[in-house]
Design a protein around this ligand. Structure first.
Ligand code: FAD
Length: 404
């Protein structure tokens, strides 16, 4: 049994703490905020089993031109935002080429396919069943050509990864989601994924479970992490091991310990809207670069990626998403005065960083889950906890790869 400090109480930090605690370790979490109030609060709430390939950068000449000209809503950027992460973005683009992307997908697919079975016992033990729906989500295909293309994806994912889904024509979609007002060519119902109606509350429930089982959560700053003899010290706590699970803030801390972390920060926004008859499932309208998730607070419109240092008050991606949502549904006024914003912590090779930090005894890294950290927290937590207990870890995820 060891004493472990976990820095960060997002989905990744809290599930790390739970995995270590289940193995008998004495664990303390430190966060400057309450659990699940940052990136793990603001996501679209999908616990995905079908996202077997990590999110590649769109590289087709037409898509690149659109992005460069600032048209389209999938990726927006501005010069300071791009320059501040240009190296990482370029590497991400290189790794989006087919051979490298296939390599990453082999590892990614194995992780994603474990997601619901890793969440299941935590949902049960934390009493969070009331905010989990196990009915999948719906990806719209607005044209026949897109629907035809989707058939190939559905078949490939089923054969290669065992992903369950149903392709729906317009009438079947209408039957499944009567609140959609317009005719849509069709959709994919990714039926074995889950979704959560309050992502922040799920992290909070997992954190409460950790505390009920004897874990400690300290409200404090992890930024001053330092060594004192053989121990790691942060704020008022100290322990033999420390795990950095600070999501998009991880690179800042690890730089001090000799690990230069190239990260692509994909900013996203969301806002809730009042709705009398919400959809039964989250609706992914990728053609308009949004996911529309029915949440406890209303319909959450979550946007795609923006490469920018400073958030905008009226983001064009959200404005566009609102128009797309209005076309599909009768939505009411926004719930909040301003949109929420946060940054997806994306690694240029599209794989999370999980394992021992080189040259720093008993310092561990656990971050960089990109578009799917809410899904993958409990999966990679098991990998990290196993390595801390003397297991091999996964070489493809090891922090040492960043030193090469
Ligand atoms: C718009 C959007 C939609 C998304 N949709 C999905 C989705 O549907 N499904 C999915 O799986 N993923 C989704 N994601 C991605 C997912 O939200 C992230 O990958 C995940 O939340 C990352 O979790 P984390 O625990 O690593 O980071 P965070 O949740 O950000 O946690 C980091 C923690 O570190 C703390 N911290 C930082 N610095 C300090 C410090 N100095 N001292 C103390 N504490 C500190 C913060 O307070 C925070 O609690 C989405 C992301 C966005 C932005």
């Amino acid at each position: 049994m060891s004493e472990v400090l976990v820095l960060g109480a997002g989905m990744v930090g809290v599930t790390t703490a739970l995995s270590l605690q289940a193995r008998g370790h004495d664990v303390t979490i430190i966060d400057r905020n309450a659990p699940g109030r940052e990136t793990s609060y603001g996501n679209a709430g999908l616990i995905q089993t079908e996202a077997v390939e990590p999110y590649a950068m769109p590289l087709a000449p037409g898509s690149l031109l659109q992005i460069a000209l600032g048209r389209g809503y999938d990726v927006k950027w501005n010069i300071p935002g791009l320059l501040s992460q240009a190296g990482a973005v370029l590497t991400y683009a290189r790794n989006s080429l087919p051979a490298a992307h296939r390599r990453a997908s082999k590892t990614w697919g194995k992780l994603i396919r474990q997601s619901t079975e890793r969440h299941e016992p935590l949902v049960a033990a934390s009493g969070a069943d009331n905010i989990i729906r196990r009915n999948g989500y719906i990806e719209l295909h607005r044209t026949q050509a897109k629907l035809d293309k989707a058939r190939g994806v559905v078949e490939r994912f089923k054969t290669e990864f065992g992903v369950e889904s149903t392709l729906l024509d317009s009438a079947q979609l209408r039957a499944l989601e009567p609140s959609i007002k317009v005719d849509i060519a069709g959709a994919t119902h990714w039926s074995d994924a889950w979704n959560c109606s309050d992502p922040g509350a799920l992290v909070a429930a997992y954190a409460a479970l950790f505390q009920k089982n004897g874990g400690r959560i300290l409200n404090g700053d992890a930024g001053d992490l330092h060594r004192k003899g053989a121990a790691w010290v942060a704020d008022e706590a100290q322990a033999e091991h420390a795990v950095v699970a600070l999501g998009p803030w991880s690179p800042m801390l690890l730089g001090r310990f000799g690990l230069k972390v190239p990260m692509v920060y994909k900013r996203g926004y969301h806002r809730h809207y009042h709705m009398d008859v919400p959809p039964q499932h989250p609706i992914a309208d990728f053609g308009n670069s949004v996911v529309l998730s029915p949440m406890r607070r209303g319909l959450r419109i979550a946007t795609a990626a923006e490469l920018t240092r400073n958030p905008r008050l009226t983001p064009p991606q959200l404005r566009h998403g609102e128009e797309a949502a209005k076309e599909l549904f009768d939505i009411g006024a926004p719930v909040e005065a301003e949109p929420w914003t946060g940054r997806r912590p994306c690694m240029p090779d599209m794989l999370p960083v999980v394992g021992r930090v080189p040259d720093q005894p008993n310092l561990w890294a656990h971050f960089g889950h990109g578009h799917q950290g809410f899904t993958l927290g409990p999966v990679t937590s098991e990998i990290l906890a196993d390595e801390l207990d003397g297991g091999q870890g996964w070489a493809e995820l090891a922090p040492g790869r960043l030193k090469r």
